[in-house]
Design a protein. Structure first.
Length: 248
């Protein structure tokens, strides 16, 4: 899968499936289970910690928007570096584990999938930082119709991330599918916000600056929902080895 926003190729489930299929199954007794299991737990714990941090960033960005709090917004933007560093740490841990433990089959799939989940969370952190950036720009401007549905979208996105992280803990495909289905409501609110904002901008040129910033913030939140769905698909792939589109 190509991330068109950043121009990089991501190790999405289909690519991971191809890699693990080529390597095949391990020879009996070839994988040191205790060491490998410990390192996989370490990777997973770091991914979950990273996800919890980003969930908080989404909520903080929304608070900055609603409260016209530029300082809070800039604080969210500043903490994005910590998220990026954690993503690099996950990748380093995965690479080290693969190099030293030589996992195959399900173990390799698990490590590569967790690395992809970390990448998705890092991208969600970028979206949260962008919401905060536009919240900072909107802080001194008159409020445009209560910021329409953007705060509600952000709450749904943060709750969805929290829920999908819970599904990751136990590789719960039922919960993962439920989270993915919830993205439809974020999309609905986004389209409603888009239409209403355009109407307000057309009705009064004084609304153009705040309306344009609000549209970008809404789009960033909508992208969070898409990436949460990607994580849900990763969980289904991790459990079943099958690639599914949960939000066609």
């Amino acid at each position: 899968m190509i991330d068109h926003e950043h121009g990089v190729r991501e190790p999405a489930p289909r690519a991971i499936a191809e890699i693990t299929a080529e390597i095949g199954a391990p020879a009996p007794g070839s994988v040191p289970r205790e060491k490998l299991d410990a390192e996989q737990r370490q990777v997973k714990d770091l991914v979950l910690h990273m996800g919890g941090l980003v969930e908080g960033q989404i909520r903080e960005a929304a608070r900055a928007l609603v409260q016209h709090d530029a300082d809070r917004a800039y604080a969210v933007m500043g903490r994005d570096r910590e998220v990026n560093e954690m993503a690099r740490e996950v990748t380093d841990l995965v690479a080290m584990t693969i190099a030293t433990q030589q996992p195959v089959a399900r173990d390799l799939r698990s490590l590569l999938t967790l690395d992809h989940v970390a990448l998705e969370i890092e991208r969600i952190g970028d979206h949260a930082a962008n919401v905060a950036k536009y919240a900072g720009r909107l802080a001194p401007l008159p409020e445009l119709d209560g910021f329409l549905d953007v705060p509600a979208m952000a709450e749904l996105a943060a709750s969805g991330l929290c829920a999908v992280l819970g599904a990751l803990v136990d590789t719960d495909t039922v919960q993962a599918r439920e989270v993915a289905a919830g993205d439809d409501e974020i999309d609905r609110l986004y389209h409603r916000t888009f239409a209403k904002t355009l109407g307000l901008m057309q009705a009064d040129p004084a609304n153009v600056d705040s309306g344009a910033a609000l549209l970008v913030a809404a789009h960033e939140v909508e992208r969070v929902g898409d990436r949460v769905t990607n994580i849900a698909e990763d969980i289904v792939f991790l459990a079943t080895g099958e690639v599914e589109d949960l939000n066609p």
